[in-house]
Design a binder for this molecule. Structure first.
Ligand SMILES: [Fe+2]
Length: 416
């Protein structure tokens, strides 16, 4: 939850009104069916994301801080609680796509009802509730990204390859030659510094010791990944972690998710030609790790990445600007590019508590802390991340086999 001082009421109201669970203008409006169907157990339907983010405000702000508030619908707490044990029993995640009722229209009515109630109550709410509204806005931004990536996965299963986001003209520059930028070494501080919003897992700020290393000045590209494929990278067990090799074997993995034959790929903008200079996306941690081993380099640790990103503008890069990862202008030789936007970057670090971490009291204490097992940290932001919600200290995390998000990698190397 928010670790900073309460936001000023007028700022908070402005941000609450400005938030939208789906910022982009879809090429074709979502049908009720599009918004209801679920493509796999990890994904959720668009309608569920809309309702769940609303439930978050209704529960933790209105129910807990507005005397006499009556829930919009008594069934919704069961349907739209995601994983909060403290909030009781809930609908099973893999079954979210079976919810043909309530309709998309009714979910939109639910959002309108809760939005109006929060706006009316906000000016007189205590600071604790303001922090929860702040948290709810950032929570909704996370779900906006998930809504898009879950929708992408759903559309990828449609043989007509529907585009949901208009194509945007892209740069035709060539990929820059890979360069290296010295990382910070010695004792450095990482973790959120307490200024502005952060999720609880981003703190406390603490010192870590970094040995001399360098970071690649850009992301790994589709063209470079094609070289890995053609060199037999997916068939060489020596490159893979044991769990990764078992995953490759069990699932017949031989390329990133959404790669199609003949240099085609599927994205939110439908079936397009794969750009060899654009960052590779939709790879698992296992693939990122194997690729790094193949090159003779390695993945950066979370601390190395975060220390390097401290002076980079977190609003830079392609964040909800273009429907997928795009090539960027060649580096001018002055430093790191593509730190934020395009794809989340797998790190070599497990998602574990920073020293001194304490989860928040109450149900929202379940937000991050209970997931600190079996997941890897990703840093940066992606082309599906709403601009304004990225930070160097932000800790995204997914299980090592996950690849339906926009995930890629940046290489690191040690100094001899
Ligand atoms: Fe959520």
């Amino acid at each position: 939850m928010a670790s900073a001082a309460p936001a000023r009421t007028d700022d908070l109201l402005t941000r609450f009104r400005a938030r939208r669970a789906l910022t982009i203008d879809l090429a074709t409006p979502l049908s009720d069916a599009d918004a209801t169907v679920q493509s796999m157990p990890d994904a959720s339907p668009a309608k569920w994301h809309l309702a769940h983010t609303t439930w978050f405000f209704e529960t933790f702000v209105l129910r807990d801080h507005v005397p006499g508030y009556e829930p919009f619908d008594a069934h919704f707490a069961y349907l739209f609680n995601s994983y909060y044990e403290a909030e009781g029993a809930r609908h099973a995640r893999p079954q979210r796509g079976m919810l043909t009722r309530p309709s998309l229209d009714r979910v939109r009515a639910y959002r309108a009802h809760v939005d109006a109630a929060v706006e009316a109550a906000l000016p007189s709410l205590p600071a604790a509730a303001h922090n929860l509204i702040d948290l709810g806005c950032h929570h909704e931004a996370q779900h906006e990204e998930l809504l898009l990536t879950d929708l992408l996965h759903l559309m990828s299963l449609n043989p007509t390859n529907p585009a949901v986001w208009p194509r945007t003209p892209q740069s035709t520059s060539e990929a820059a030659t890979l360069g290296w930028v010295d990382g910070r070494s010695g004792l450095v501080e990482i973790g959120h510094n307490g200024t502005g919003f952060a999720f609880d897992c981003e703190g406390p700020r603490h010192r870590v010791h970094l040995t001399p290393h360098a970071l690649a000045d850009r992301l790994v590209t589709n063209g470079e990944w094609q070289d890995f494929v053609e060199a037999g990278g997916y068939r060489d067990a020596a490159l893979w972690l044991s769990d990764g090799w078992a995953w490759v074997q069990a699932n017949g993995i031989e390329a990133p998710l959404h790669w199609r034959d003949d240099w085609q790929q599927f994205g939110l903008d439908g079936l397009t030609r794969r750009d060899p200079a654009a960052p590779v996306a939709h790879i698992s941690y296992y693939e990122a790790d194997a690729y790094a081993r193949w090159t003779g380099f390695r993945l950066p640790t979370e601390s190395e990445w975060e220390a390097a990103a401290a002076t980079v503008d977190p609003a830079s890069g392609n964040q909800l600007d273009v429907a997928g990862p795009v090539r960027t202008l060649p580096a001018d030789g002055s430093g790191l590019t593509q730190m934020f936007g395009d794809v989340w970057q797998w790190t070599a670090s497990a998602f574990l508590p920073h020293p001194g971490f304490r989860a928040a009291e109450g149900a929202v204490g379940e937000y991050n802390g209970k997931f600190m097992s079996g997941q890897m940290v990703l840093k940066g932001a992606s082309c599906a991340t709403p601009r304004g919600t990225s930070r160097a200290s932000y800790r995204n995390f997914f299980p090592p086999a996950a690849r339906w998000q926009f995930t890629g990698l940046r290489l690191a190397r040690d100094f001899e």
